[in-house]
Design a protein around this ligand. Structure first.
Ligand code: GLU
Length: 485
């Protein structure tokens, strides 16, 4: 059997981490099985759907590295298909017109609540006579279409994640609305989610429906619709919810939920994609934590998707992100960092300074967890001159510091060779010896003089970079004036 899976986002917001994770699992299954991954945009809710959200969702999939084989298909362009299915259900007597008003349904719910019963439609319009229908119509009532759900129906499926699932028709809330009231003279209004999904999944020959566990009750309803419409029931698998630190479903209240949010925080696409695999899936080697999507696909199996909710672990994501940043070639990482430096207002010339920026990147890369960390990391190395912070100023005011700067400046004036780390270390050694002080004192003084602070990136590396810009001499002169003054 060809595996055909789909991701079916509703474009009512930017690409959500939950949707992206569901997409990842579908994509992994398709790639593992040599099947097809299909995108379907469920945009029938015209009030809440927006083209810019569709674009954001598609861009997000692309950014994360998920290519698709078919689509995007748009439900808004397929309404005729859904209407035909509703008509078929009506023709077969499997669906009917319900003329209940919102008020009547409210009263029903209230009385059920008073009796401490679960709210459900009581199927009261299931067997209206033509006369009763005509009377409602004469009142100006507009019907919805309800699909019959027998209380004693047994719905059973073998869930690929959760095992055998058994639902009773009685637990599905009564006969289900499959089409809204019509706006005008049409026989019925807009077909609804459960019906549209089944029509599409049948039409697109979807073999596996892999989606979040919040859809389990929908699956029970949809299986009844497959049976009614004569479709082949696909294999279902319900993935665990993503939970926040407190163990509750990750929601908008947690602040960061869209893929864009994560991107803006400075996570790479590879790290997010990698982490999403681990949100609910355990690779065969359960100690393996770093892999690309294709690497995960080579070993993906629904059997290893967990039932329990997947706790979102920021430390793990940070760690994974740092692994990717540390492994990136300097040129690629530089491209990613330049926008952050520019945004921070640093005076850098992305073209003229290219080689220097790559060296700078290579030096700070091991310290990065998220991309914006690079802003603080290079703060002391870009720009002209220095500003002493309090601790550095205190140090520079100490006796003997001016002599260090004099010694280093003299050594610099005498060097004509390439300024390498070895050369820098040599100067430190010479000055230390000549002044008869501790090496640590020279290093600390140099750091203060070159950067204006006592802490920062690797000292020798920083010095080499500052030298390439002619900044070491300038800064040490400034420091000497401060020390002597
Ligand atoms: N549009 C639904 C959602 O975004 C799709 C559910 C499904 O996969 O059937 O939740």
């Amino acid at each position: 059997m060809t595996v055909r899976v789909r991701i079916a986002p509703s474009p009512t917001g930017n690409l959500h981490i939950g949707t992206a994770r569901t997409a990842v699992f579908n994509w992994l299954l398709a790639r593992r099985q040599g099947g097809q991954f299909i995108i379907r945009i469920e945009d029938t809710d015209t009030e809440r759907s927006r083209p810019e959200y569709t674009q954001n969702i598609l861009d997000g999939f692309t950014w994360l590295g998920m290519t698709w084989d078919e689509g995007p298909f748009y439900q808004s362009q397929r309404l005729d298909l859904y209407r035909a299915a509703v008509q078929k259900l009506l023709d077969q007597g499997l669906a009917y017109r319900c003329y209940c008003t919102a008020e009547e349904l409210n009263q029903l719910r209230e009385s059920q609540r008073a009796r401490k019963e679960a709210p459900r439609y009581d199927n009261r319009h299931r067997n209206l006579t033509p006369e009763q229908e005509a009377a409602f119509q004469a009142e100006g009532r507009k019907p919805v279409i309800r699909f019959k759900i027998e209380d004693d129906a047994q719905i059973v499926w073998d869930d690929q994640v959760r095992g055998k699932m058994v639902w009773k028709g009685a637990d599905l809330g009564g006969d289900m609305v499959v089409a809204r009231t019509p706006a005008g003279d049409e026989p019925f209004g807009q077909p609804l989610y459960n019906l549209a999904v089944v029509v599409d999944d049948m039409d697109m020959q979807i073999s596996h429906v892999i989606r979040g566990e919040d859809h389990i009750a929908n699956t029970a309803k949809q299986i009844l619709l497959y049976e009614a419409l004569g479709g082949t029931i696909p294999t279902f698998g319900h993935t665990p919810l993503i939970l926040n630190k407190e163990g509750r479903k990750l929601s908008k209240r947690d602040g960061v939920t869209s893929i864009d949010d994560f991107r803006k925080l400075g996570f790479t696409a590879e790290a997010i994609a990698n982490y999403m695999c681990l949100l609910g899936w355990t690779p065969p080697d359960s100690t393996q934590e770093i892999f690309t999507l294709p690497e995960a696909a080579a070993q993906f199996d629904l059997d290893r998707v967990n039932k329990a909710g997947a706790k979102f672990d920021w430390d793990k994501l940070d760690w994974i992100n740092s692994q990717y940043l540390h492994a990136l070639p300097a040129a690629e990482l530089t491209d990613m960092l330049i926008p952050y430096w520019q945004e921070a207002g640093y005076t850098i010339d992305p073209e003229g300074d290219r080689a220097w920026l790559e060296d700078l990147t290579a030096m700070i890369a091991p310290s990065l967890t998220r991309l914006p960390d690079a802003v603080a990391e290079v703060r002391l190395l870009v720009g002209e001159g220095i500003t002493f912070n309090e601790k550095a100023a205190d140090h520079v005011a100490q006796a003997g510091v001016a002599a260090v700067y004099q010694g280093v400046l003299e050594a610099l004036a005498q060097t004509s060779e390439d300024f390498t780390p070895e050369l820098a270390k040599g100067i430190i050694k010479t000055v230390t010896k000549a002044l008869g002080v501790k090496k640590g004192f020279v290093m600390k003084s140099l750091r203060a003089g070159l950067t204006g602070e006592l802490q920062g990136p690797d000292l020798i590396g920083s010095w080499v970079l500052l030298h390439a810009k002619g900044q070491d001499g300038v800064r040490l002169q400034q420091a000497l004036a401060q020390a002597a003054g």
